[in-house]
Write a protein that binds this ligand. Structure first.
Ligand code: IMP
Ligand code: MG
Length: 178
């Protein structure tokens, strides 16, 4: 079993690159089909979603725009239960179909706040595309339209996801060894 060390913790290989990429293929196909003619604005949530956003967008073949916002709800490996908007939006959302591109939905708090924020800014329709979803951690009611991979309630890193800012730069996803 391949393991990596990040700061004080050990992580074991959990989702290999090929599995991530084929899950993204499936989501992109669905989005290309569903949102044709809707001129969607893809809104990527930094930092975690940067790799997923790049790989997803390479497969989107319909006319669309891409923008980025930065939110934060995590300190270390536990949710702080608080979400802050760090970098605001510079796009007019009035009447737009917005697709939020997120790395992972855990409690769902971040996504709930993002969706509310975008609707308040006039988005006609908000769809959520998340690379990863922890169904057993969900505490808030959020619509998840495009889920690439469902995972158990473990803390993971890699492919954009971090442990205290480290570990984002891997092709595979690793899970905390307890
Ligand atoms: P939520 O608001 O509880 O759904 O948490 C979502 C955010 O927490 C995500 O955007 C991630 O940045 C972060 N997060 C949740 N679970 C993990 C994990 O297992 N590893 C790294 N970051 C995570
Ligand atoms: Mg994130």
């Amino acid at each position: 079993m391949k393991t990596i060390q990040i700061l004080d913790k050990e992580f074991a290989l959990s989702i290999p690159e090929c599995e991530i990429q084929s899950a993204i293929d499936a989501v992109a196909k669905q989005i290309n089909r569903d949102l044709a003619g809707k001129n969607p604005l893809f809104l990527s949530i930094l930092n975690g979603a940067f790799m997923y956003t790049a790989d997803l967008m390479k497969r989107i073949e319909i006319p669309c725009q891409i923008s980025f916002i930065k939110m934060a709800s995590y300190a270390s490996t536990k949710s702080t239960g608080r979400v802050t908007e760090l970098i605001g939006l510079d796009q007019n959302l009035l009447g737009r179909t917005v697709v939020v591109v997120e790395d992972i939905v855990d409690s769902g708090l971040t996504m709930k706040e993002v969706v509310e924020l975008l609707k308040a800014k006039g988005a006609a329709e908000v769809r959520v595309s998340t690379l990863l979803f922890k169904p057993n951690a969900l505490k808030y009611d959020v619509p998840l339209h495009y889920v690439a991979l469902r995972i158990p309630n473990d803390f993971i890193v890699g492919y954009g996801l971090d442990y205290d800012g480290y570990g984002r730069n891997t092709r595979d996803i690793y899970s905390l060894v307890k």
